[in-house]
Design a binder for this molecule. Structure first.
Ligand code: C2E
Ligand code: MG
Ligand code: MG
Ligand code: MG
Length: 290
């Protein structure tokens, strides 16, 4: 509370709140319009096997191009969750990812196309929307699809989620726990969840070198993956050293700027169609296959 500013200070605060709300409302309208105009796009980041150095999957990441530049999903996904647009956005992402799946897997039939879904469907009946019509769309290329969910959703709606995820897995869709380590997972809780993969949050990979706690989380995650027989993925690998380190821990998959940035569809298609350049961990940086 601002004693010295008194009434004037409070008015200023009110005004800035008002401006912020106005700004949010404005963004919200523009996001709704972008969705209606089909001007959102998916970019794709390659995911590599740490064992073979080959691309094994791509993660679809949502992009919103505006005249002022790209707005990050870290900004507009939380906004969409607040204003209720998220169900439409997730439906669009599912539709888009499934539509692009045949193209993305044309040269490599074993590639997984991974995409992110927000938690918010699990709050209400839109769960049925997600796993009704969408489940049918997903059937088409289910063995090539992978859904990423954060711990928050699984933790808050455990029973409904478990049922829905079990159905999806029966179709061959793989389930990843995204941002692993930032939530509340306990071991016993993890054993109840029908998940295939733990994606260790990039904040831990980034801080591994300088922060012993972050390092401990990465090591524990690798161990949990082994114990529970889950695939482990290290996100945000930016250096050869980080790649070598997580690879030595036995982590199965890597993604990050060191290996490849998220890129538009035409670029990821080119990458997938190229004669393969394997990116093996070696501490010396990515090595090309002879
Ligand atoms: P996420 O699913 O954990 O995605 C990883 C984020 O890390 C992406 O940010 C990616 O561009 C970024 N990244 C990848 N490699 C590196 C690296 O080496 N260094 C650094 N600093 N960053 C790296 P992005 O694309 O901004 O997405 C942020 C978050 O927004 C995602 O985190 C995800 O939670 C959410 N999101 C993205 N696309 C969608 C979507 O289609 N639907 C939903 N519901 N959420 C999405
Ligand atoms: Mg993700
Ligand atoms: Mg993540
Ligand atoms: Mg994230």
């Amino acid at each position: 509370s601002c004693k010295r500013g008194g009434r004037a200070g409070y008015r200023l605060y009110e005004e800035s709140m008002h401006l912020q709300l106005q700004h949010e409302k404005d963004l919200e309208n523009r996001l709704e319009q972008a969705l209606a105009d089909d001007s959102l796009a998916l970019h794709f980041q390659p995911i590599y096997s740490a064992h073979t150095g080959r691309i094994i999957a791509v993660e679809a990441l949502l992009r919103w191009p505006t005249p002022e530049g790209m707005i990050s999903p870290a900004v507009f996904i939380p906004l969409a969750e607040r204003c209720g647009l998220i169900a439409d956005i997730d439906a669009w992402v599912i539709q888009q990812a499934t539509a692009l799946c045949p193209l993305l897997t044309r040269h490599r039939r074993d590639i997984r196309v991974s995409f992110n879904l927000s938690a918010h469907h699990f709050n209400n009946d839109s769960l049925d929307l997600l796993f009704g019509p969408v489940a049918r769309a997903l059937e088409e290329c289910s063995h090539n699809l992978s859904i990423e969910l954060t711990e928050r959703v699984m933790f808050e709606h455990t029973d409904r989620v478990i049922g829905a995820l079990e159905d999806l897995r029966m179709q061959g869709i793989s389930i990843s726990l995204d941002d692993f380590g930032t939530g509340y997972s306990s071991l016993s809780y993890l054993t109840r969840l029908p998940v295939d993969k733990l994606k260790i949050d990039q904040s831990f990979i980034r801080e591994m070198d300088s922060n012993p706690t972050a390092l401990a989380v990465v090591q524990a995650a690798a161990q949990i993956g082994r114990t529970l027989n889950l695939i482990t993925n290290a996100e945000g690998v930016e250096t050869a050293e980080q790649y070598a380190f997580v690879s030595n821990l036995g982590i199965d998959e890597v993604q990050g700027f060191h290996l490849g940035h998220p890129m538009p569809l035409d670029e990821i298609l080119q990458l997938l169609e190229q004669p393969e350049v394997r990116k093996n961990a070696g501490g010396k940086g990515p090595a090309e296959e002879e």
